[in-house]
Design a binder for this molecule. Structure first.
Ligand code: PLP
Length: 387
């Protein structure tokens, strides 16, 4: 037994399998093959200019020193105002912390709420890193199939998965990878269930602004929920800021202390110029969101129509920039194989549904956050995929 090994806490923690897909696509591209990319998770537009300008201004004004580790006061104040007005969360000063993107916020939230041995209810299919975050805490993931657990059966299904050890629910709406958006009455059911069984909710609202024929409901806005919810937001998707690494979490004590300790002892605060850029982002008007939604809706409709004419069953995603068609009837149940066939026969890159947990098997995830021309080309190729 040597001490030259990584600490045992990492034994159950994996790396995202999406990396395998990226490597395969890169190898094809290096061999000169043109691939139509649908596997990513990036907004199609660029970071808006006022955000970039605010960062440059902060640099010119030498706003480059240590900031309070929980965030600069100007940004924290705007966050509180935003969640109070837009999300209807009754947050007070002290209930917001700036973090280095959504994943960092989730890392802090899971570490703050989950003890080793605790069970975490996860609607499934789910965003892949959630499995590894739970593993890092020593908690156990308990999957609730989100294709089934909707409407009237939502409460009985949640009750069915409850044990003495259940402590947390991870709730992501709009949902990556399915594009599902939970209705107000469904969110109320989840809130009731959490209150009845004294559970903490980790609400992941990364896609709150990418929503079409639905209404985004923040679970922390419901009565008695702010104090039992850690709501994680990111600027990545709403403002095309994936590489800036900034987000925020809304929580109350005692859970907020966990987040503050993790943030202080890991990054000691997000870099100061990026926080000034975030101030400019939160000041952008509602016209901005209307324009991006229209752009995404046009892409979604084009792709979903293409699926249907090629014979793939696909629910229309009510939010996010992902579509999650069932491909098993045409390409078989094994989604890795289906994804490989899609790449080899149609030159379209996708993510196998099983990467998002066993309930995703038989599906492929397509990101429609790409150019209209790319979607049109893919729609044409889809006809060939059976070959
Ligand atoms: C569901 C979900 N939550 C959180 C995030 C985190 O985003 P980021 O770390 O880029 O802010 C993502 C990114 O893809 C996501 O899909």
């Amino acid at each position: 037994m040597t001490s030259l090994q990584v600490a045992a806490r990492f034994d159950p923690v994996g790396f995202s399998e999406i990396v395998k897909i990226r490597n395969k696509i890169m190898a094809l591209q290096q061999a000169g093959v043109k691939v139509l990319p649908f596997h990513g998770g990036e907004p199609f537009m660029e970071t808006p200019q006022p955000i970039k300008d605010a960062c440059l201004k902060a640099l010119a004004e030498n706003k480059t020193r240590y900031a309070p580790s929980s965030g600069i006061p100007e940004l924290v104040e705007l966050i509180i105002e935003k969640v109070r007005t837009k999300n209807c969360i009754p947050a007070e000063p002290g209930h917001a912390i700036v973090v280095s993107g959504g994943l960092h916020g989730l890392f802090g939230a899971f570490l703050s709420a989950v003890n080793p041995g605790d069970e975490v209810l996860v609607f499934s299919p789910y965003w892949t890193p959630i499995k590894d975050l739970i593993a890092l805490t020593g908690g156990q993931r308990v999957l609730v199939n989100s294709f089934q657990a909707r409407g009237d059966v939502l409460r009985p299904m949640l009750e069915q998965h409850l044990t003495e050890r259940t402590r947390v629910i991870y709730f992501n709406s709009p949902t990556n990878p399915t594009g599902q958006v939970y209705t107000r009455s469904e969110v109320e059911v989840i809130a009731d269930f959490a209150r009845a069984h004294d559970l903490v909710v980790i609400a992941d609202e990364a896609y709150e602004d990418i929503i079409f024929e639905a209404e985004h409901i923040s679970i922390a806005s419901l009565p008695g929920m702010l104090e039992r919810t850690l709501t994680v937001y990111t600027l990545s998707k709403s403002y095309a800021m994936t590489g800036w690494r900034i987000g925020y979490v809304i929580a109350t004590e005692p859970l907020m202390t966990g987040l503050r300790k993790i943030t202080l002892n890991s990054i000691n605060g997000v870099n100061t110029p990026t926080q000034w850029a975030a101030v400019a982002a939160l000041r952008l008007g509602t016209d901005y969101f209307e324009a991006i939604r229209q752009g995404y809706r046009q892409r979604r409709d084009l792709l979903v129509a293409g699926f249907r004419s090629a014979g793939f069953a696909c629910e229309i995603p009510a939010g996010t920039f992902y579509a999650f068609p069932r491909v098993s009837t045409l390409l078989g149940e094994d989604s890795w194989e289906a994804s490989n066939r899609m790449l080899e026969n149609a030159r379209v890159s996708t993510v196998p549904g099983v990467v998002f947990g066993p309930d995703g098997e038989g599906h492929l995830r397509f990101s429609f956050s790409t150019s209209i021309e790319t979607i049109e080309a893919a729609v044409e190729q889809l006809q060939r995929v059976r070959g």
